[in-house]
Design a protein around this ligand. Structure first.
Ligand code: SIN
Length: 525
């Protein structure tokens, strides 16, 4: 893309494509919505920033929760989801999730997803804050990869769906509160293009890359939230970030998730003195809600003046553990650790955003024709803290509802030329350095333990840079950093406003929940 002083770019000068559905993102939410739309006869394009396989879905280990066992029920699943959500779940959204979820999972099985089973019975795992074994998994700990395989294969052979890789969505094209399409940068051809659609679906995933320590793939930079906010959509609950307690922590090695399912199978957390500490913090011990486990770990690190706690499975049958967690076993081995023998050094890391682009129960955002599902969306199903393994389910359930609702949506006939100002003067600083600075600020000030002072400083940092970014972004990487900056500002602002602690938002200066905060923070530009 040219770098220069160009403003007011007219979309009529760009290559144009016309589709019925334009879906941004290729994780479970994007690909499943594409499949459901194609079943309804729609022509769908799925645009993905890099490769189709680069998503949080692909990396998901633990699994997908659904009340499928005879000892389980949607109402028990509902109860666990509401308790984890710490008073902020939308109960109707939760009802929909737990009741429609099992049907969607069976659909996925019918599409070819092979979940682990024995003698025809699904093998169900357990994770934190679940009162029952209800987590379906595939190839032990490669559940997301299996789901991604099935949906990618379907998209590949479905004449109704075209997947375009290396297409970075720059901005949404919104006129009089109706979304007509997206301005997209084609990384291969190095030029901007316009994708018009009757229905535009944001399924761009999460924002973990705003943090130094995170479990997400490189693409998870909050682009969907930033784009929607810039376009005038409402965003909600952004202060609630879930940190995963057990991410492998080895100097120089990538942060690799050690699934909560390992604790579900009996794994124990020990401090540097070898003491098991979780029973001192919560009756569910290692299976307490994630925010509780994270703060317990941080407390142990401070009290023992050390940098590490350890996940220990040496008391469990090594063969069983290796069979159940082949990916974790292999990765640990490659990094020089023998699971079952060596204690695994672990640390908390940013994992999932409960907030996002506000939608109703049909996935509609506050902009007509613009829908959102998956991690980028916030219909309130996760409240202040997501129950483990509810996110893949959420992508399926609300993706399907979008397609059912969007059948009836017809945009008003309006001229659709847009003047964009996405290109302007190249910035005079190194945005790669800015990316690193954002991650460090977020880790320090908007991490698992926050204070008013730290958040003030972080907000001042983001306001300074957001101002510089007002019109700028002269290549796609710069646009990505611009998005990170915008989303960082929104998260820190919401976290500063919420003077209480609840779920994935903990303020050391307001350590208790406060009833007057039993409400959502919604921003609109
Ligand atoms: C895990 O396997 O621990 C992650 C599952 C999730 O975040 O839902």
């Amino acid at each position: 893309m040219p770098r220069g002083y160009l403003v007011n770019f007219d979309t009529r000068q760009l290559p144009q494509e016309e589709w019925e559905y334009v879906i941004l993102g290729s994780g479970i939410a994007g690909l499943y919505t594409a499949w459901a739309a194609s079943q309804a006869g729609a022509k769908v394009v799925v645009l993905t920033k890099h490769t189709v396989l680069e998503s949080n879905t692909e990396k998901a280990q633990g699994g997908i929760a659904a009340a499928l066992d005879s000892t389980d029920s949607p109402s028990l699943h509902r109860q666990d989801t509401l308790s984890a959500g710490a008073g902020l779940c939308d109960e109707e959204a939760v009802d929909i999730l737990v009741h429609e979820g099992p049907r969607r999972v069976k659909e996925l099985i019918a599409l070819g997803a092979r979940f682990d089973a024995l003698n025809g019975e699904l093998l169900l795992g357990r994770e934190g804050a679940h009162s029952r074994r209800r987590i379906l998994h595939a190839a032990g700990d490669a559940t997301g990869a299996e789901i991604q395989r099935v949906l990618t294969e379907h998209a590949g052979r479905n004449p109704g769906i075209e997947v375009r890789e290396n297409h970075f969505a720059v901005d949404l094209l919104v006129h009089e509160n109706t979304c007509h399409g997206a301005l997209v940068y084609d990384l291969d051809e190095e030029r901007l293009k316009v994708f018009w659609g009757r229905v535009i679906v944001l399924a761009t995933g999460g924002l973990g890359q705003l943090y130094e320590q995170n479990t997400n793939p490189g693409v998870a930079t909050g682009d969907g939230v930033a784009m929607a906010y810039r376009a005038g959509a409402e965003v909600m609950d952004l202060e609630f970030i879930q940190f995963h307690p057990t991410v492998l922590s080895l100097p120089g090695a990538p942060r690799f998730l050690i699934s909560e399912a390992v604790r579900g199978e009996g794994g124990i957390l020990r401090n540097c003195r070898g003491e098991r500490f979780m029973p001192r913090y919560h009756e569910l011990a290692e299976l307490a809600p994630r925010d509780v486990v994270v703060r317990a770990i941080l407390n142990e690190l401070a009290e023992t003046n050390s940098k590490e706690v350890f996940l220990d499975v040496s008391h469990l049958d090594p063969e069983k553990i290796q069979r159940r967690f082949p990916t974790i076993t292999r990765t640990c081995r490659e990094l020089g650790l023998e699971i079952g023998k060596d204690p695994l050094p672990v640390t908390p890391a940013a994992h999932y955003a409960m907030g996002g682009v506000k939608t109703n129960l049909n996935g509609e955002t506050s902009i007509d024709g613009l829908y959102a599902c998956g991690e980028v969306a916030c219909q309130g199903v996760h409240g202040a803290n997501r129950l483990a393994s509810n996110s893949l389910l959420d992508g399926l359930v609300f993706g399907k509802r979008i397609v059912e609702h969007a059948r009836r949506w017809r945009p008003p006939r309006k001229r659709r030329e847009f003047a964009c100002d996405c290109l302007s003067a190249p910035l005079l600083f190194d945005y790669r350095e800015l990316r690193l600075a954002i991650k460090s600020v977020m880790n320090k000030s908007a991490g698992p333990v926050r204070t008013g002072g730290g958040l003030q400083e972080a907000l001042a940092f983001f306001e300074k840079w957001s101002h510089l970014f007002k019109h700028a972004a002269a290549d796609w990487e710069e646009m990505e950093v611009r998005n990170m900056c915008e989303v960082g500002r929104l998260i820190t602002h919401a976290a500063l406003l919420r003077t209480e602690s609840r779920g994935g938002h903990y303020r050391a200066d307001y350590p208790a929940p406060d009833e007057k905060w039993q409400k959502h923070i919604i921003f609109r530009r």
